[in-house]
Design a protein around this ligand. Sequence first.
Ligand code: ADP
Ligand code: MG
Length: 237
Amino acid sequence: MLEKRVLWKLDNVTKTYMMGQVRVTALHETSMEIREGELLVILGPSGSGKTTLLNLLGGMDSPTGGHIFFDGESLEGADERRLTAYRRDVVGFVFQFFNLIPDLTAVENVALGAHLAQNPLSPESVLEEVGMADRMNHFPSQMSGGEQQRVSIARAVVKNPRLLLCDEPTGSLDCSTGRLILELLEKVNRTYGTTVVIVSHNSAIGGMGVRVATMSSGRIANWVTHPTPVPPGEIEW
Ligand code: ADP
Ligand code: MG
């Protein structure tokens, strides 16, 4: 099998927050590599550092120690302009609570994502790809949670990002809707070759990852590899 190229690398990354006088270390000397086109799952209980890790990978936050590399170049070394370009063109984010703009329709929300990117896909075709072709002109309040999450995935995917970071993407959905969203994320990974990182406190989701990291108290406690992952449609929780 062709070895995929390592595109992201965390080298001994630490993130410490100061809360008044109290120092909180959200991430301790963490190292990992992410290969282009892989689908990676990161599990761990609330407070274990998952969102911190995603925000660092997405260039939304910078480490207090260690280095993060994208394509061989360190993000901390980049000036603000290059970091903005990284966030805008390389990274797409999917959140637990969708974060759609309430007074824009589905297609307008997705077009906004496209507008910000260098090399966007067509909003209509991506909405079709996520199964929302007949909801283009609906407002978020007129859509179910699962439908809103499809639109929010479309908004991220329309940028044609190389990395799709998903923070608890099924966290506010029931199990069967959540499964459809996980199937969609796997389809995005397969169709566009997007590198997908799914973060969840729900260990059942680990089954769909070829590689699965489990975090505990700001560290990656272990890695598991599934040569034949479970199809997301078969995950139960
Ligand atoms: P998870 O996503 O796994 O629930 P987080 O990465 O959000 O974990 O948080 C890890 C730890 O860092 C927690 O103890 C949290 O309270 C702390 N933390 C996260 N963000 C901040 C922040 N902006 N300021 C202070 N502490 C924070
Ligand atoms: Mg979190």
